[in-house]
Design a protein around this ligand. Structure first.
Ligand code: SF4
Length: 223
C-alpha cells in the first residue's frame, strides 16, 4: 500500500509537536531521510478477523467499560499490525549517539504505522476506527485477549511483556468498529483522567476542549 508522503509528513510533525517553520536544517534532513526510507526499514504486517467469525464473543468485550461499543460489534473486527523488530532496533541504535535522528525516526515510524492502519481500515470498514484496549477506561489487558485470539505471536511476532508493552514496540492491536466516535464526555473515568489533566487524550488527540479538562479537574476536586 502506498502511503501519501504529505500525509505521513504531517502526521510525523504532529508526533514531534513541530510545525514546518520549527524545523532546523538538520531536522529537515533527518525527517526527509526517515520519510524516504521508512517503508524499506519496516516490515509492516497485519492480521484481522471478524468478530462474527469467532466461535464465541470475546469475554473482555462484555466488560462494563466496553458499553460504548455495544450495538456496534456486528461488523467489528479484531485487528493487529506491526512494523517488526527491525525498526525498533534501528531507533535504539540511533539513540546511542544520534539522538535527534532517533527522535525523528521514532515519530515517522509511529506515523507510518498509524497511517497504514487508518488507510487499511478505510478500505475494510469505511467509517471505522481502531479502538485499542486502554482507551476510555478499558483495561489494557484486553490487548492480551486480542493478540491471543488473532494468534498474533505466531503470525506477526507480537507479544506482550508483563508490563503490558507490546514487542515489537511499533505495534497496534484492538477492535475496528464503525460508527464510534472517540469522546471524553461519556467516559466513566473522566473525572480521574490523567490524560485530560495534561491536555491530552488516551486516543492520541489533543484534549477536545479546555472546558472539558477544567470540568475533569473540578469533578476530581469534588470527589
Ligand atoms: S482521555 Fe477521555 S476517553 Fe480517554 S480515558 Fe480520559 S476521559 Fe476517558
Amino acid at each position: 500500500m502506498c502511503v501519501p508522503v504529505s500525509l505521513l509528513r504531517n502526521n510525523a510533525l504532529t508526533y514531534l509537536g513541530y510545525s514546518d517553520s520549527d524545523l532546523d536544517e538538520q531536522t529537515q534532513e533527518a525527517l526527509h531521510s526517515a520519510l524516504t526510507h521508512i517503508a524499506e526499514w519496516s516490515a509492516y504486517k497485519q492480521i484481522y478477523t471478524r468478530l462474527k467469525d469467532l466461535p464465541e464473543a470475546p469475554a473482555f468485550l462484555q466488560q462494563e467499560s466496553y458499553v460504548g461499543l455495544q450495538g456496534k460489534l456486528d461488523t467489528a473486527l479484531l485487528f493487529a499490525a506491526t512494523l517488526g523488530l527491525g525498526i525498533d532496533r534501528r531507533i535504539q541504535s540511533l539513540s546511542l549517539n544520534r539522538l535527534s535522528e532517533a527522535v525523528v525516526l521514532n515519530a515517522v515510524a509511529n506515523a507510518y504505522l498509524e497511517t497504514r492502519v487508518e488507510l487499511f481500515i478505510g478500505e475494510i470498514l469505511p467509517g471505522g476506527v481502531l479502538f485499542c484496549p486502554g482507551y476510555a477506561g478499558t483495561s489494557p489487558e484486553g490487548n492480551r485477549s486480542v493478540l491471543k485470539l488473532l494468534n498474533a505471536q505466531k503470525h506477526l511476532g507480537i507479544y506482550l511483556k508483563d508490563s503490558g508493552l507490546m514487542i515489537p514496540e511499533k505495534s497496534m492491536a484492538g477492535i475496528v468498529v464503525a460508527g464510534y466516535s472517540f469522546s471524553c464526555r461519556a467516559c466513566s473515568i473522566r473525572s480521574k483522567c490523567d490524560h485530560l489533566r495534561q491536555g491530552k487524550t488516551c486516543y492520541g488527540k489533543p484534549a477536545p476542549h479546555r472546558e472539558e479538562s477544567r470540568n475533569a479537574k473540578a469533578d476530581n476536586i469534588k470527589a
